[in-house]
Design a binder for this molecule. Structure first.
Ligand SMILES: Cc1cc2nc3c(=O)[nH]c(=O)nc-3n(C[C@H](O)[C@H](O)[C@H](O)COP(=O)(O)OP(=O)(O)OC[C@H]3O[C@@H](n4cnc5c(N)ncnc54)[C@H](O)[C@@H]3O)c2cc1C
Length: 387
């Protein structure tokens, strides 16, 4: 398939990521999936190469890439057949750190992150009672001298056991009236090495190889100097990470979708059933072609959203649309691929079923497609709110 348009851009970066991924073939990811193991070697290679510090500015020892470039890194890992999920959070949270941390905080935390001496791979927002209504979170941070004392419960928090630092959203004031429901939340950088038993971590087994946990925090003491942004203004700080996260997830989905489309097209062009190539049947060929078209369209929105984000312009609608379109493209491609492979689509040796489970996540998390549609309906099109 010839690459033109945005997909053809960033050629040198794509070559660099593909070279790294060549050391982590299908068999590597298949084995990890079977053992539910964390890809330590892959994350170490990403760190050594500097790619994990893609979004950290050069002044703090990182690569200083744009979000568009960082998104290409994640896309290429997923396109290679891997799953960059275990390593992506450090990129997501950079929006919050770069825009809202003080200069002192950036000087303290970014250089060790860029060197790989510290890992910031955990981002704790979701709570069992609040669900997608983030304004209902109940985890509370009470000021006590030069510390905050945090208690509460979080669920589905990824990579807490593989991370040194965790960005945490907590209430510092009770939820006010509807109009000011996003006020009173604050963001903290929690040093997990210093939690001294104040966080109970319960690992959860998920559909895919994702290291997810339930957290119970009991009087967790965090120095006040670890508050990121203004007390009570945390929601705005988190939104910056969410926009980056949605654009980066869109790129991961584009990578998944391209992997599925390429696998499906290759398989359908090779296998013969009823004395004809499988791909000559339009019921096999058309869904693959349709998924390809969806992927290319989603890719355009992903680069448009990234360009707005990189230019410091509002990108929330485009980031949401990129995530929605790309998640739907990868899901369409995943289904077309399974249908083309028949029984082999379900056989772990062919890797399709693993990628199928991995890409299914993006219909629901980090934001569900329903909530994206609700955002577009309410905030962009001005229709009545459904919640
Ligand atoms: C593998 C995995 C990793 C994750 N990692 C993290 C992490 O690192 N950090 C973190 O903070 N969270 C994480 N999450 C949580 C994830 O972001 C949430 O699961 C997701 O946002 C959905 O929230 P919920 O499960 O509470 O769903 P609920 O709020 O219980 O909602 C259930 C379903 O109903 C839909 N729904 C709810 N209200 C409406 C409505 N008004 N209209 C239409 N549909 C609606 C939701 O979209 C969802 O699909 C992870 C989840 C998974 C599965």
């Amino acid at each position: 398939m010839t690459e033109v348009g945005p997909a053809a851009g960033y050629a040198a970066l794509r070559v660099r990521v593909r070279a790294l991924c060549a050391d982590f073939p299908d068999a590597y990811w298949r084995d990890l999936d079977a053992r539910r193991a964390y890809p330590e070697e892959f994350v170490a290679a990403m760190t050594r190469s500097g790619l994990l510090a893609a979004l950290i500015p050069a002044a703090y020892g990182g690569e200083g890439m744009s979000l568009a470039e960082a998104s290409v890194v994640l896309e290429e890992v997923n396109r290679s057949g891997g799953n960059v999920g275990p390593a992506h959070a450090q990129m997501y949270v950079m929006g919050t750190i770069l825009h809202h941390a003080s200069e002192e905080q950036r000087r303290r935390w970014l250089p060790p992150l860029a060197r790989g001496d510290l890992r910031l791979q955990a981002f704790a927002v979701t709570e069992p009672e609040a669900g997608v209504d983030t304004t209902r979170i109940a985890t509370f941070a009470r000021r006590d001298g030069d510390e905050y004392v945090i208690s509460g419960r979080k669920i589905y928090i990824s990579r807490v056991l593989q991370s040194d630092l965790m960005l945490l959203l907590a209430r510092t004031a009770p939820r006010a009236d509807e109009a000011r429901r996003t006020d009173g939340m604050s963001v903290f950088l929690v040093d997990l090495r210093e939690t001294r038993g104040a966080i109970e971590v319960r690992p959860l087994r998920m559909m895919m190889n994702n290291h997810v946990n339930e957290l119970r925090m009991h009087d967790l003491r965090v120095p006040a100097e670890n508050l990121i942004g203004p007390e009570g203004g945390g929601f705005r700080c988190i939104v910056d990470s969410w926009n980056a996260e949605r654009i980066l997830i869109a790129a991961e989905c584009v990578g998944d979708a391209r992997w599925f489309v390429e696998r499906a097209a290759r398989y359908a062009s090779g296998r013969e059933v009823f004395d004809r190539k499988l791909g000559a049947n339009q019921s096999i060929q058309f869904p693959i072609a349709a998924a390809y078209a969806q992927t290319e369209a989603a890719d355009l929105m992903r680069f448009r959203a990234a360009a707005l984000y990189d230019a410091g312009q509002p990108s929330r609608a485009e980031a949401n649309m990129a995530k929605l379109l790309a998640a739907n493209a990868s899901w369409a491609a995943a289904n077309a691929c399974v249908d083309a492979l028949g029984g082999n689509g379900f056989n772990a040796e062919h890797d399709v079923e693993r990628k199928f489970r991995e890409t299914r996540l993006y219909q629901v998390a980090p934001i569900s497609n329903n909530l994206v549609l609700a955002y577009l309906g309410h905030r962009v099109l001005g229709m009545p709110r459904s919640y």
